[in-house]
Design a protein around this ligand. Structure first.
Ligand code: SF4
Length: 199
């Protein structure tokens, strides 16, 4: 029956499901600066270069980590929390360019042949799923080489090649979007201090 003029206009009902759907869209995790379209456009050139030069990058990172550790008094003076923002900015851009880093905050590149496991659409941290294609590409993104096939290739070139066999912990989501460089440095400094005290 058509509504009469005197009847108040009905507002659309906002259900609990609508609210949850809206909140989910807002809260969904979006990897920083990486979209599937952008990844296709870049053709994984830099990522694959990094894997091919895994041994060189392993040595370079070891020296870099050493310098960062030497700077521990500086980070301490500034405050690790205050240094987080600028360091994270640099880390995001450098690692984003070289590895398509997703800023998981718990970097395991030196155990995965310089192939970032967070680029796996299933975000597997302990080897490939059973869906690797015959040509070594991903079953979800057919034009993308499987990050774990590349990880194995990269690891074979590294000095520390067996570290790929280490079982990795599940991703700690609370560390996302934080600097892995600073965390590793703080941990190394704490271990060094403890070793000195014990000695
Ligand atoms: S493992 Fe994490 S921190 Fe390391 S490159 Fe990948 S997303 Fe970035």
């Amino acid at each position: 029956m058509p509504s009469s003029d005197s009847e108040p206009e009905r507002k659309p009902r906002v259900t609990q499901a609508t609210l949850v759907r809206k909140a989910r869209a807002l809260l969904a995790y979006r990897p920083a600066g990486v979209s599937p379209q952008r990844r296709v456009q870049r053709r994984y050139t830099m990522r694959l270069w990094s894997v091919r030069h895994a041994r060189f990058l392993e040595g370079l990172y070891a020296r870099f980590a050493h310098v960062f550790l030497m700077l521990h008094p500086v980070w301490n003076a500034i405050g690790y929390a205050r240094a987080e923002r600028p360091v994270k900015f640099v880390e995001r851009h450098v690692k984003g360019f070289m590895f398509d880093c997703r800023m998981c905050g718990q970097c395991i590149l030196s155990s995965t042949g310089m192939s970032c496991p967070m680029n796996c659409p299933k975000q597997l941290r302990n080897g490939p799923c059973g869906g690797v294609r015959a040509n070594g590409n991903c079953e979800v993104e057919p034009d993308m080489p499987c990050v774990w096939v590349k990880a194995w290739e990269g690891a074979q070139a590294m000095r520390n090649r067996d570290s790929i066999l280490a079982v990795q912990k599940p991703v700690d989501q609370s560390l996302r979007e934080s600097s892995a460089w600073l965390r590793v440095t703080a941990q190394a400094a704490a271990e060094r201090k403890k070793a000195r005290e014990t000695a």
